[in-house]
Design a protein around this ligand. Structure first.
Ligand code: GLN
Length: 538
């Protein structure tokens, strides 16, 4: 087993996750079986309880783990399937240590940061590799920036780990920033030197330094960084701002042969150079599409780059599949409330309402769904967006005035979306939603069944508390709503759709967590296709 540890320096938001995912992609293209994991030094047990303002999207895995959005990059860039073991937070580490202490596992010892906490971190790395014995390389990204107090125990654990498994089996990669100072017209290497010095103070000498730069990395700066960071010049790698899409990142890192440097360090140099044709083909389709559609995403966190990350990526995958640029307009749902749907989203080719919690902007989303339904604009509702479509249909087609979800109106006369019995007594907010993948049956003859290629069963990931209320199923169906999928075990409604509409579909699950660059999710592919047809018809 070989290990790659990716740390970050100077500032956050350097694209460390993308760098790690890109390395994963390149190694996989060399024929190596790769798995990825993320360490997050914060104290939350998982990001499930964090606001999107704090954290961006919460990425949900098959096993229901609520994880950092970098795991989304890992799953999109590689074929590795992640589990809850692949995202470790300080919250989990301390929780485990304290539980062991209470059980008496430490047998009278004083429980200390070193060795007990660091041992717990190292044990997690072994746990991941033990449960995936066929993996060749484990790539671990350490969140935060070297020098942060909360990251120190993780860094110390890695230092010990490298000694224990043998330094030849480990490659340390440090991702830093080379700021460009406009007034001086110069790229500065000092922050990189200082951040590497900090890492070396903690006992880790990076093998490779990845330099995020706006401009190119010239020879002089490469030499300087090599000399003062104590690495060979060839191991100073440029990671430029990509021009069009994040899927260019592996191709950019490949220019300095990062994968070769890594495999040489960990003794896997016999593997063939990566053939990246499929990847390049995908990137070409993203950059030079024939067609264009405009899709409005009407949500609550639209000003944040990362809140709907996987949805934006899924639209790009589906767009590339149809040779189409998806121009995404992010619409604040409250703006639809204030100005009306026609004014805000009157000329788009498709409307997507993503997942969400809480009642801000709900009425705006309902107006957006109504506008899409009445004007035959393709509509795709995801999780909350499916619940919105149901509420809108109940109110305006079935004439159930005041229909709502009990999340927003406890006293609604027609609670078409409500809590299941087992959710009613839930007090803890962390990890108590309906989470993770489950099997649902698809009904033949529906649009959903067509899109999934006639499959009769699907596996999709969930993250929600509220459900379609089966008491209203008959009424809504009589009025024309089609239920095209229900969960196999409980019979919970999973997909609703409307016939006689170019595309009007809501999914209670999150298809965006299973879309990949060359394998767009069928529902996204269907939605973008419908939007394209609607654009072409205009
Ligand atoms: N708030 C809704 C629920 O809890 C929808 C959740 C979501 O969109 N992820 O059921």
């Amino acid at each position: 087993m070989k290990y790659i540890f990716v740390t970050g320096g100077v500032v956050s938001s350097l694209g460390k996750g993308l760098a790690a995912a890109s390395i994963g992609a390149l190694l996989e293209h060399r024929g190596l079986k790769t798995l990825m994991q993320k360490f997050d030094p914060y104290l939350n047990v998982d990001p499930g309880t964090m606001s999107p303002f704090q954290h961006g999207e919460v990425y949900v895995l098959d096993d229901g783990a609520e994880t950092d959005l970098d795991l989304g990059h890992y799953e999109r860039f590689t074929s590795g399937v992640m589990s809850r073991l692949n995202n470790l937070t300080s919250g989990q580490v301390f929780d485990a240590v304290i539980k062991k202490e209470r059980r008496g596992d430490y047998l009278g010892k004083t429980v200390q940061f070193i060795p007990h906490v660091t041992d717990e971190i190292k044990a997690r790395i072994h746990m991941v590799t033990d449960t995936n014995p066929d993996v060749d390389v484990l790539i671990t990204e350490i969140g935060g920036t070297v020098g942060d107090m909360e990251g120190l125990l993780f860094i110390e654990a890695l230092r010990q780990f490298a000694l224990e498994v043998g330094k030849d089996n480990v490659c340390f990669i440090h991702v830093t920033l080379l700021p460009y100072i406009k007034a001086a017209g110069e790229v500065k290497t000092k922050p990189t030197q200082q951040s590497v010095a900090k890492l070396r103070e903690l006992g880790i000498q990076p093998d490779i330094i990845i330099c995020r730069t706006e401009a190119d990395l010239d020879e002089d700066n490469r030499k300087k960084i090599a000399m003062f960071c104590n690495v060979e010049k060839k191991n100073v790698v440029a990671f430029r701002d990509v021009a069009h899409t994040i899927y260019e990142c592996p191709l950019d890192l490949r220019r300095d042969k990062i994968d070769r440097l890594v495999v040489d360090k960990i003794g896997l140099g016999h593997t063939p150079s990566p053939a990246l044709d499929d990847w390049e083909h995908f990137v070409r389709r993203v950059i030079h599409p024939k067609h264009k559609v405009t899709i409005a995403v009407a949500g609550k966190y639209v000003e944040l780059q990362d809140a709907y990350k996987s949805i934006y990526e899924s639209l790009i995958h589906a767009g590339a599949h149809h040779d189409t640029k998806v121009n995404i307009i992010r619409v604040e749902a409250e703006a639809v409330e204030d100005h009306g749907a026609k004014a805000v989203i009157g000329d788009v080719d498709g409307i997507l309402v993503p997942g969400g919690f809480g009642d801000r902007g709900i009425e705006g989303k309902i107006l957006a769904a109504q506008y899409a339904r009445e004007n035959k604009i393709p509509y795709f509702g995801i999780c909350l967006g499916m619940q919105i479509a149901t509420i809108e249909f109940a109110r305006n087609v079935c004439k159930l005035r005041g229909a709502n979800s009990t999340e927003f109106d406890k006293n609604s006369p027609f609670p078409v979306i409500c809590l299941q019995e087992e959710q009613k007594g839930v007090e803890d907010m962390g990890a108590t939603m309906r989470l993770g993948s489950c099997v649902s049956v698809l009904f033949a003859g529906t649009r959903a069944s067509d899109l999934y290629g006639g499959a009769d069963r699907i596996h999709e990931r969930h993250r929600h508390r509220y459900e379609f209320n089966s008491d209203f199923q008959d009424k809504l169906q009589e009025c024309g709503l089609v239920i095209s999928s229900v969960s196999e075990k409980e019979g919970l409604v999973e997909i609703v759709e409307l016939p006689d509409h170019p595309f009007y579909l809501g999914a209670q699950f999150h298809p965006e967590f299973q879309s990949k660059p060359n394998h767009p999710h069928p529902l996204f592919a269907g939605f973008v296709k419908a939007a394209l047809e609607s654009a072409q018809a205009k």
